[in-house]
Ligand binder design. Sequence first.
Ligand SMILES: [Zn+2]
Ligand SMILES: [Zn+2]
Ligand SMILES: [Zn+2]
Length: 315
Amino acid sequence: MSILKNAIDSIAIGLEDYQSPDERRIVSSTRNIFAGILLLFKHKLCELSPPDSDEALIKQRVLPEIDVTGAVRWIGKGNKTVDVQNIKERFDSLGISIDWKRVDNINKYRNDIEHYFSSRNTQSVQQLISDSFLIIRDFISEHLSEDPKQLLGDDAWGVLIKVNEVYEKEKTTCVEALETLSYFNDEILNAFESYSCAKCGSGLITPSERNVEAIEVEYTCKSCGKALPYEDIVKPVISDYFGSEVYLAHTQGGELPITDCPECDGIYLYNEGICSSCGHVAEHECQRCSSTIQPEELYTEPFCGYCAHVMSKDD
Ligand SMILES: [Zn+2]
Ligand SMILES: [Zn+2]
Ligand SMILES: [Zn+2]
């Protein structure tokens, strides 16, 4: 019970910090809430640890021992407990799925706030709490099989719900504004909607105008105020959006969803057949041999890599 109680206490204290009029408590708010989430995860690992293994699953060091029957048992050693990376690996291996992208975002935000407190404000913590709410709620109901409202208590639950609602409302306003713009392709809009500010991690990105071309306006983060023109923000927006697909293509094979644009230094959406920066539509069929030009050889369009190579020899 003790780890679970610590987790719930830590989250409750974090939420009290958040509600305090003393702005300096924002840092401890984010720290406590994140610590509470990790403790929830550790509680699960504790529950799953075999009896008499000295809580093997939450220890960084786990060593084999031979028991009286001659069987090998894995025993937790030392005081060091698992860190975020260890938890990820163990949950993965145990088949416990978590929205790690969201957890990483909370962690990054918490870390940033500790280092750059002055550039943050109470409002910008709303997203951290809103993200935390979703993680906490889902983890408690799906993996601890408890009622989150009952476990957290009415006060903490009420704050989480309220902050989440406020954040969602603002997020909806941002998304509605983004949707009034015209993009080279719908995937670009989807990428903008799921983007979080590179400076502060907030998902509240809003365009400076409505009902115009997306490439004509500036995009401002409502939390930290960072503003970027389309040409600068579109690259991180697209590479973040396709990040995991690109990673999979590199590690497990398969087609790259994006590649360098042959016309500009932007990112070309291969499946959509258009550049996200300049709108260039490349030739995907080789003009010499009619084979498909692959993403990684698109820079030689309108020819495939092979034909471009052969033709360069003919010169
Ligand atoms: Zn920002
Ligand atoms: Zn381009
Ligand atoms: Zn060819």
